[in-house]
Design a protein around this ligand. Sequence first.
Ligand SMILES: [Fe+2]
Length: 352
Amino acid sequence: MNILGKQKSKSHEEKKKVIIIDDEQYVREILHNYLTGKGWEVNCASNWEKGVELIKRHPDVDVVFLDLLLPGERGLALLRQIRSHFPNIMVVVIASHNDISTAVECMKEGAFDYLTKPFQLEKIPLLVERARELKELRIRESLLKKELEEKIEIQNRKIKDLFLGSLNALVRVLEAKDEYTVGHSRTVALLACEIAKVLGLGSTLRKKLLIAGHLHDIGKVGIRDDILRKPGPLTREEFEHIRRHPLISEEILSYVIKDNFILSSVRHHHERINGRGYPDGLKGDEIPLGAKILAVADAYEAMTSHRPYRKALPAEIALKEIEKNKGYHFDPEVVRAFLSVPLTKIYPKTEP
Ligand SMILES: [Fe+2]
């Protein structure tokens, strides 16, 4: 018993199917008579075109016997066509005794075997038997491969769901601690993606920015409640304490996210173009693009939201404020992109 088990014995009960493509009538007749005498289904073609037609009509054929010296088109070209469009069909090339080198070339191109004229008919049943075994093996392999790919796809989907679930859990942790962040991260994320789209960033980077936007402030879970909820202005020490949140965000996320674009966007979302931001005081193009985008989206969303220490600003004032700080706080290119985003479409909260 071989590894094909029951499948092998079942398929071996089926009628063997053979196509012969040869321009010499006597070769076709001899093969046809011999093989039909064994109860096989045999179809014959005398040239390239008829051969292709036959194969299209009988794609389940086991073996094609192919004459290398077909008129018009060479047999080798037809072999390539069969291998390319019908990879499970086994091809046995028929070569003349002085054309062995082409036959060998055919083997390299994927022919199952070759015969040289004149050949012994008695060899053919064993040849076809071997070809059928290989064909069954290939079919089984491709089924196993497909099955495996489907399993991997399901696993990948589960891993992705778990990953996104864990990110949502992190957002919820922060929202439970600070009511003012409810919805803030989501809006920043969506707005950042719209800015990125105007800047021409591809979908992969936009997806990363979406994640960074949702999680940029997660480090606030490490900030004292009395500071986070303080209704009045912060003291110098309190401000120093709150300035740690991008670093804490980066550290928390680094346990589940290994992507540098996301981590650097989160770490540097409070940097300023003039170098007076935090945590690293980066200037201009030292600041990663993702962080520059988040900075604008974050500032606009924060200004148009209520805070313990002030009321929300109207959208038009917030927009003017962003533009005013172009080149000082914010990157001019990012501000230009931001100002061309249709805010009412993606951000309906335009009234305080
Ligand atoms: Fe922040």
